[in-house]
Design a binder for this molecule. Structure first.
Ligand code: NI
Length: 138
């Protein structure tokens, strides 16, 4: 099994907030991440795919194809956006790192499956924190 990872960057703003909670409870759980006007992050996302290397090309997946899937279906939709209000696939989702990683997976998985297997999506919100999603356990 061979693994290949593509790293991309995007900048976006968000506010962590659950409308079911009171303002006090939101602040208690999310702290300054729940400040009403939001704040920004320089995010990195790492998408890892896996499978067998093709004998004829020597590729697991053509990187141009992987780049294009990630750019069109995820990066272009979140870069320089407000994740609470500007992104259709995040509507009514609290934009935590966990939920952004899962949403990225859902945006790209079916397209990657045509070539190889999506193994993981890592979402880095800061230098110190990242989330890794490896799909739903079946
Ligand atoms: Ni934040």
């Amino acid at each position: 099994m061979t693994f290949l990872t593509r790293r991309e960057h995007f900048s976006a703003s968000h506010r962590l907030y659950n409308p079911m909670f009171s303002d006090e409870k939101n602040f208690e759980i999310f702290g300054k991440c729940s400040n009403p006007n939001g704040h920004g992050h320089n995010y990195y996302v790492e998408v890892t795919v896996c499978g067998e290397v093709a004998a004829d090309t020597g590729f697991l997946i053509n990187l141009e194809i992987l780049k294009k899937i990630l750019k069109i279906s995820f990066i272009d939709k979140v870069d320089h956006k407000n994740l609470n209000s500007d992104v259709e696939f995040l509507s009514n989702i609290n934009p935590t790192s966990e939920n952004i990683a899962i949403a990225c997976w859902n945006q790209i998985e079916s397209q990657i499956q045509k070539y190889c297997k999506l193994y993981s999506v890592k979402l880095f919100e800061t230098e110190k924190n990242f989330v890794e999603f490896r799909g739903n356990v079946k």
